[in-house]
Design a protein around this ligand. Structure first.
Ligand code: ADP
Ligand code: MG
Length: 611
């Protein structure tokens, strides 16, 4: 597979990398560029000093120390620089890597945070690209600049030698070019095909990584052991690894063949040139110094051309990765940008869904097909329906993670698309069906619900208490400061049994609930199956507390257990992407349709098991 990288795109990427590097640290860049330039000319200077020295020695100046000494000192200085420059260069390069890494990661995640919807994150292609951008972002730009400077350094060496030889004997320059040019050309091609091969195996590498991760993952451990999946996944991992290895082995063979051939050719040309130069010297038509410059030039130019080919190959690979970084960095907002600005007023009358149609993608089936719904201010609206009816999807639209494909959602009559999204979300609190469990302390897991409360311990404790989590937290080794993680911060943690407590699913759900309670003064509280992981008693308790809260707020409550929502002000039944029924519990039971049937089925289930 070859990867088409347009010339203009390459230049654009290079320029962007250079810009980013320049902005990260001008002093370091200038210093590094200076070191590179001097290092590029150093071999030429050494060869020239040697030539002058040999010629003077040969020309009978052996006794004249004043003509020899400066040259010898110059040669010594060149040697000293040759020893020091790599050290300074390495230091500057590492420094450059770090400063560029900070700036590029900052830009990348600023771009990520500009995505206010979540649709793009669901796109597997985007996620792939993001992963590669993360890989490239840290060191990609500085590597590109480094490779560029490396090419410049080798080019300087080459030009320096060829210029010198042109002065000495133009034919010698021609021989050197003839010995290095084919190798340079071939190696450039090889470098490019190596980059393409590395690129083409990246899907194998990603899958290999996926299986490797899976085999060590805590979340998957139970199923892998019970179902005996370990060997299957290990074999699949090896298949991916072998596929990647086979592609690289093919490339290695090609490289070995070509390079062997080239080495022979280059050596033959250089050897022929050497014999010719020696014959010229023997005939007195060229000085000893000239021959020494020629020898140094042959070796130096060959080395430089190898360096150029190698650097260009690496740059090609770095460029492919960096292209992804640039794509992500240039990501445009995924939602319509609001026409309005400034704070969003508090909800006064209610939220209205007007003929809302929605599907996750153009090639996906409709999930919502014309939902008309009013969520009145100050009331509790319950949303019920079978699995996959679109309840959680509706929640995502209410939070404006997506915009409706057709129709509109109105906040006191104003289309959500006209409200600035961050300000709008300030008005919402929610427990999502797939809530988060953060690898942070208990207090932070709750406090994140309102970042202004992160250090407000009394508020956090009150929220935990309302979620029925306070007694449990009190028994944890460090109370609210207990770290909820299996990850160890350092070696001493490993010994300390107090760190890294892991909660049960139901306990995590209560923490999520506590987190949402921190936002209970907001206008709309959304609870998507907030008690699905709780035992019956805890569920009863949580819903009692939720009812207390509902007395003064607007809420949308989703539950598949109809008993928990029967006293909501309105119950809305979603079926086949539309509102099938709505009314109070008593009205819906009296109507004796889908809701009544479902309710009777669930109630009968409970009666069957009761003694
Ligand atoms: P509910 O919460 O009522 O169980 P959901 O809203 O989660 O239902 O899902 C409704 C439908 O949308 C389901 O058929 C589901 O497969 C589909 N769906 C949900 N999320 C996505 C997604 N991110 N991409 C594509 N389809 C989705
Ligand atoms: Mg759901």
């Amino acid at each position: 597979m070859t990867v088409a990288v347009g010339g203009r795109r390459v230049l654009g990427d290079l320029a962007a990398a250079a810009r980013l590097t320049w902005e990260s640290g001008r002093g370091v860049v200038l210093g590094y560029a200076a070191v590179t330039a001097v290092a590029g000319l150093l071999p030429v200077a050494a060869a020239w000093c040697t030539k002058v020295l040999l010629d003077r020695l040969d020309g009978g100046a052996a006794g004249d120390r004043w003509s020899l000494l400066p040259v010898a000192v110059g040669l010594a200085a060149v040697g000293l620089l040759g020893g020091l420059l790599p050290v300074v260069g390495q230091y500057l390069r590492a420094r450059l890597d770090r400063v560029v890494g900070v700036l590029s990661m900052d830009r990348l995640y600023q771009a990520m945070n500009r995505l206010s919807g979540i649709g793009r994150l669901e796109d597997p292609a985007f996620r792939d690209q993001l992963r590669m951008a993360q890989q490239a972002g840290r060191s990609g730009p500085s590597r590109l600049v480094d490779d560029g400077l490396g090419v410049a350094q080798s080019a300087l060496t080459m030009v320096g030698f060829l210029g010198t030889l042109l002065v000495v004997n133009p034919w010698m320059a021609a021989v050197v070019v003839a010995s290095a040019a084919p190798a340079l050309w071939a190696q450039l091609r090889l470098g490019r095909s190596r980059a393409d091969v590395l690129w083409s195996i990246s899907p194998h590498e990603r899958r290999e990584y996926f299986y490797a991760e899976l085999l060590g993952s805590l979340a998957a451990a139970q199923e892998i052991r019970l179902l005996g999946l370990g060997d299957l996944f290990r074999r699949r991992m090896l298949v991916e690894l072998s596929a990647a290895n086979a592609a690289i082995a093919g490339q290695d063979r090609r490289e070995a063949r070509t390079e062997g051939l080239l080495a022979g050719l280059t050596a033959a040309v250089a050897g022929g040139g050497l014999v010719w130069a020696v014959l010229l010297a023997a005939a007195g038509r060229q000085s000893i110094g000239d021959v020494s410059v020629f020898l140094a030039a042959v070796a130096g130019v060959q080395l430089a051309s190898q360096g150029i080919a190698h650097r260009i190959g690496m740059a090609h690979h770095a460029m492919l990765l960096f292209g992804h970084y640039r794509d992500i960095e240039a990501t445009v907002p995924d939602l319509v940008v609001a026409t309005g600005s400034g704070p969003v007023p508090r909800l006064r009358t209610g939220i209205e869904l007007r003929d809302v149609w929605f599907r996750y993608g153009e090639d996906q089936p409709w999930v919502l097909r014309g939902v008309d719904l009013l969520i009145p201010q100050g009331r509790a609206t319950a949303l019920v329906g079978l699995n996959g009816a679109g309840k959680s999807t509706l929640v995502k639209l209410l939070c404006r993670f997506y915009d409706p494909t057709r129709g509109a959602i109105l906040w006191d009559g104003v289309d959500l698309r006209e409200l600035p999204v961050a300000e709008f979300r300030e008005h919402i609190g929610a427990v999502f069906q797939d809530y988060m469990a953060y690898d942070l302390s208990v207090a932070e897991n709750i406090g994140l619900g309102d970042v202004t409360a992160l250090d407000d311990r009394p508020r956090i404790v009150a929220a935990a208490d309302r979620a029925g989590m306070h007694p449990t937290i009190d028994t944890l080794p460090h109370g609210y400061d207990t770290w909820l993680s299996r990850m160890f911060v350092d070696e001493s943690d490993r010994e300390n049994p107090d760190t890294g407590v892991l909660l049960s699913g139901g306990q995590w759900q209560r923490l999520a609930l506590a987190r949402a309670f921190l936002r209970d003064q907001r206008d709309l509280m959304i609870l998507d199956e907030p008690s699905s992981g709780l035992d019956a008693q805890a569920e009863h308790e949580v819903h009692r507390r939720l009812r207390e809260h509902r007395a003064h707020g607007t809420s949308v409550l989703i539950s598949h257990r109809l008993g928990t929502v029967r006293d909501a002000d309105t119950i809305v039944v979603l079926a086949e992407g539309r509102v099938a029924e709505h009314g109070t519990h008593d009205e819906l039971v009296a109507a004796d349709a889908g809701y009544a049937r479902l309710f009777r089925t669930q109630a009968a289930g409970y009666q069957d098991v009761s003694p």
